[in-house]
Design a protein around this ligand. Structure first.
Ligand code: PEP
Length: 251
């Protein structure tokens, strides 16, 4: 299978008041002014901004996604948002199983697997997050933890067109610290082998993003590693210039 087109995705987390549209417009302008990026670009704002952002970016190069979804299509789930509602609002992707949701909401692999199926059901691309904690890493359990998360979180029958993996070591998120290139290459190789073993050619074509303290200064080096097919970016996605500097890795 051909190498998949990389994706640079921004996760705004719980940031984005009404005036944040200005940042999106600035990013859009930088993307349009800049050399064509050889990657797809995605911004995942809070739910409240999706419909507006998707409307503004329609026909452009920036896609809009969500940060989570419920497993059900609709019904009595006060405060939750279904994948169908997200799709209806104009989004194309949804992040599931981010480590902050695993920690803050006790989300486990089984639930994340159901959320991934919900994303597919609604016609969204699921970005499934995996990654070890600092103590798991210190115990030498990184590969075992990530393989267990992949086995538990990705449903059978996954296709490359609707499934993206984000490897995000929990200790690297928001810390300014990243794994060594050798470590990233090793674990992305483990993930690729798992995907290939389970899904054959489809697994070979699935994008594996790296996430955790990606910045414009380290993006090119990280994106150049084997089996790194893009980035999931938190803090540095909030400022248009910073995020555009990461996209530069693919220009
Ligand atoms: C994230 O939370 O997905 C993330 C990668 O955050 P940061 O880039 O800020 O480390």
């Amino acid at each position: 299978m051909n190498k998949p087109k990389p994706l640079v995705a921004g996760n705004w987390k719980m940031n984005g008041l009404m005036d944040s549209a200005a940042e999106l417009f600035r990013l859009d302008a930088l993307v349009k002014e800049g050399q064509d990026a050889g990657c797809e670009i995605l911004i995942c704002p809070p739910f409240t901004q999706i419909v507006r952002f998707a409307g503004k970016m329609q026909g452009g190069k920036i896609m809009i996604g969500a940060q989570d979804c419920h497993v059900s299509e609709k019904g009595a789930h006060t405060g939750d948002i279904s994948a169908e509602i997200i799709k209806d609002a104009g989004a194309s992707h949804v992040i599931v199983g981010h480590s902050e949701r695993r920690a803050d909401h006790n989300e486990d692999n089984r639930l994340i697997r159901e959320k991934t199926k919900a994303a597919w059901r609604a016609g969204l691309v699921a970005i499934v997050c995996v990654g070890e904690t600092a103590s798991e890493r210190e115990a030498g359990e990184t590969a075992a933890v990530v393989e267990a998360q992949l086995a538990g979180s990705i449903p059978q029958g996954a296709a490359a067109s609707e499934t993206i993996i984000a490897y995000e070591p929990v200790w690297a998120i928001g810390s300014g610290v990243t794994p060594t290139a050798d470590d990233v290459e090793m674990i992305h190789g483990v993930i690729r082998a798992h995907l290939g073993g389970r899904f054959g050619d489809e697994g070979g074509g699935m994008r594996i993003l790296y996430g955790g303290s990606v910045k414009s200064t380290n993006a090119a080096a990280l994106m150049g590693i084997d089996n790194v097919d893009g980035a999931l970016v938190g803090g540095a996605s909030l400022k248009a210039e910073d995020f555009n500097g990461i996209i530069d890795a693919y220009r």
